[in-house]
Every structure is written in structure tokens, then in C-alpha cells.
Design a protein around this ligand. Structure first.
Ligand code: ITT
Ligand code: MG
Length: 194
């Protein structure tokens, strides 16, 4: 049976990745924008708290089960920053180009370029669900200072996957989903929903 699910995100890059990941397993995905759900507040210091807030917000406004993703890049030389602030690293309004420019500028002073992407997914059956289903994923790599590739979104042109010698933006969508923090988290979440 196909299950309707609200995706509690306004990020077009995430939407594409989820559409590809969820299509084969019987979920009918509806971005929250289809229901005019405005962006939720994300005031918390942990990914999981922000994801739970986004999932509850979408479920409350639509009356449907909701899936939220809170994710970001954590750079070792920056002690894990930008982390939960990845989308707004260079301030408002959100801009991937300005975020990347700031990241490259500030990382130039550091020899250690290692970083990882983190994603936590929270699924709620309804807004007050006392047992949210939670899964996460980590994808390690390192940051480079010249962009490569046209795929993905966000920090992907600067996120090198050392084992492949390619950035995340140089991977085909299916390759990125097979390796990424988001792909890992989603596969773990689906196992928990079975
Ligand atoms: O909150 P929603 O509406 O889902 O959209 P958002 O873009 O604000 O999402 P987050 O608050 O979770 O912030 C995640 C940021 O982390 C970065 N990021 C996360 N996953 C990424 C990925 O797979 N590739 C590149 N950058 C990613 C990117 O800058 C995202 O905007
Ligand atoms: Mg956000």
C-alpha cells in the first residue's frame, strides 16, 4: 500500500534526493510546500531537536505523517561548525554560494581539512506522536577550496570523498544516495518502520 508522507523541508536538493530514495519503497511523498506549510523555526543546538520541531510543525499543519531532515557539514578545524547552522553559515538570506565562500576563506588558515556530513531524520505519525522514529547517518570526507562538479547542492562541490577522488557534486544522484549521510539515515529509518 502506498503511504502518503509529508516531507517537512523546503530544500529542493533534499526533495530530489528523497524522491529517488523513497519512490521504490511505496511512499507517496508530498513536499510541505504543496500544503503551504511555512518554514519551521530551527532554534536548537542539536540536529535532532531541530528535526523533531520541523516534523511536528508539518504534521500539525497538514494532519499527515511527516518526515523531517536536519543536516549539515561539521568541519573538524572549526570544532564541528557550521553544524546546525550550515544553511545559514553566512547569514540570512540562506545562500549556498556565500556559505561556501565563507567556508573556503576561513578554512584557508587551517591545515586540517577533514569534515563530515551528518543527517538526522525524524518521522512522526502525527504532531503529538510520543514515539518519533529517529535515524541518523554520517559521511566523512574533506573540504577543498576549488569547486568541482554540478550535482547535489549546498557544500557538495567542495566536499571531497577521498576514496573516490571525487566531490559529492561529481557523483551521479544514485551514487551520492548510496554513500551519503542522508541515504544511510533513510535506509536505517526504513528498517525501523518495517
Ligand atoms: O530545513 P529545511 O527546509 O529542510 O532546509 P535547509 O536547507 O534549511 O536544511 P537544514 O536546516 O537541515 O540545513 C542543512 C544545510 O546543510 C548543508 N547540507 C546538508 N546536507 C547536504 C548535502 O547532502 N549536500 C550539501 N550540503 C548539505 C546545506 O547547506 C543545507 O542547507
Ligand atoms: Mg533549515
Amino acid at each position: 500500500m502506498t503511504q502518503r508522507l509529508i516531507l517537512a523541508s523546503n530544500n529542493a536538493g533534499k526533495l530530489k534526493e528523497f524522491a529517488q530514495l523513497l519512490a521504490p519503497i511505496g511512499f507517496e511523498l508530498h513536499p510541505q510546500g504543496e500544503f503551504d506549510v511555512p518554514e519551521a523555526e530551527e532554534p536548537f543546538g542539536t540536529f535532532v531537536e531541530n528535526a523533531l520541531a520541523k516534523a511536528r510543525h508539518a504534521a500539525r499543519l497538514t494532519g499527515l505523517p511527516a518526515l523531517a531532515d536536519d543536516s549539515g557539514v561539521c568541519i573538524d578545524a572549526f570544532k564541528g561548525a557550521p553544524g546546525v547552522l550550515s544553511a545559514r553559515f553566512a547569514g540570512e538570506p540562506k545562500s549556498d554560494a556565500r556559505n561556501n565562500e565563507k567556508m573556503v576563506r576561513e578554512l584557508a588558515a587551517h591545515a586540517d581539512k577533514s569534515a563530515y556530513y551528518y543527517c538526522v531524520l525524524v518521522y512522526v505519525r502525527h504532531a503529538d506522536d510520543p514515539q518519533p522514529v529517529i535515524a541518523d547517518g554520517v559521511w566523512r570526507g574533506c573540504m577543498i577550496d576549488m569547486p568541482r562538479g554540478a550535482g547535489g547542492f549546498g557544500y557538495d562541490p567542495y566536499f571531497l570523498v577521498p576514496a573516490l577522488g571525487k566531490t559529492a557534486a561529481e557523483l551521479a544522484p544514485s551514487e551520492k544516495n548510496a554513500l551519503s549521510h542522508r541515504g544511510q539515515a533513510l535506509r536505517a529509518l526504513v528498517e525501523k518502520l518495517k
